[in-house]
Structures are given as structure tokens and as C-alpha cells.
Ligand binder design. Structure first.
Ligand SMILES: C[S@@+](CC[C@H](N)C(=O)[O-])C[C@H]1O[C@@H](n2cnc3c(N)ncnc32)[C@H](O)[C@@H]1O
Length: 141
């Protein structure tokens, strides 16, 4: 019934929403009652477990959620689940492996918030500044 069971499930596990249903429970009920088409309305959508489980079964999910955090988690999961294409994963793998920002001197350091000063290792701050410099180069020119 609870979120705990989502811990091994891609996408569902990404954000720990304490009140979330387990995807397995929703799938079990849909199978048990042979529900495979039509709309699935969840008026208390939380982080969208029932919506995504129903969607994966071929249903048309519709949800309402009061809390902005739940709404944001649902929107992000939609992005992860539906919009990231295999070529995006390949591109990310390339960036991870090649780390092109490491070849650039920092000309545009990140704006550090005073409250966060000293909170990250210097190496991380330096990496972030190199990425900032590189993205500036791509987007400004
Ligand atoms: C038990 S959780 C829902 C779990 C969700 N159905 C799932 O599949 O994981 C209940 C959710 O209802 C939301 N909620 C409470 N009152 C609401 C209201 N009046 N309108 C919309 N959402 C509401 C809460 O913010 C909470 O996220």
C-alpha cells in the first residue's frame, strides 16, 4: 500500500512522497478488475503514482493535486517518463564521460549565495563555474 514498495521502481522511486500509494497495488487492482482502458481520475493525485500506473496500462490519466510539490513531482516524472528519448540518454552519457567543461578556464564564476558559501567542496564549486563558463559560451554567441 505505501511508498516503500516503490523503492525498486524506476521513476516512481525518484521522489520520496510519503503519502504515495505503491505502484504495485494500483497495478494489482487494475489487473484484478480487468481495467485496461478509459479514463483514470485521481482527485488526490499526490506524486502521481496511480496516474502513471494507469497510464502505463493504456488508460488516460487525469489528476488533481493541491500541493505544489506534488504537482511539480508529477510534471517532472512526465518529463522523465515520456519526453526523454534514447538519444538524450546517449548525449548525457557523452557529457558524463567527456566532461568538456574541464577543458575551459573559468571566466564566469557561479554566483554563490552568502548562505551557501563553504557548503560545497572547492572542486564542486570549480566544476560548476566551468560549466557556467561553457554554457555562457554556447548560449551567448
Ligand atoms: C494519499 S495521497 C495520494 C496518493 C496518490 N493517489 C497516489 O497515487 O500515490 C493524498 C493527496 O491528496 C492531496 N489532497 C488533499 N486534499 C486535497 C484537495 N482538496 N484537493 C486536491 N488534493 C488534495 C494531498 O496533498 C496528498 O498529496
Amino acid at each position: 500500500m505505501s511508498f516503500q514498495a516503490n523503492k525498486d521502481r524506476a521513476v516512481y522511486r525518484w521522489f520520496k512522497y510519503k503519502e504515495a500509494f505503491s505502484a504495485g497495488l494500483v497495478e494489482y487492482l487494475l489487473r484484478r478488475y480487468r481495467i485496461t482502458k478509459g479514463s483514470l481520475l485521481d482527485p488526490f493525485a499526490g506524486s502521481g503514482t496511480a496516474l502513471f500506473a494507469g497510464g502505463a496500462f493504456g488508460m488516460r490519466p487525469e489528476g488533481i493535486e493541491l500541493l505544489p510539490i506534488g504537482q511539480t513531482v508529477i510534471a517532472t516524472k512526465q518529463l522523465i517518463d515520456w519526453e526523454i528519448q534514447p538519444q538524450d540518454v546517449e548525449r548525457l552519457a557523452f557529457w558524463l564521460q567527456a566532461q568538456p567543461w574541464k577543458k575551459h578556464a573559468v571566466v564566469k564564476p557561479i554566483n554563490e549565495l552568502r548562505i551557501a558559501r563553504g557548503a560545497y567542496p572547492q572542486e564542486t564549486v570549480h566544476d560548476d563555474s566551468q560549466i557556467n563558463t561553457l554554457s555562457e559560451k554556447f548560449y551567448v554567441q
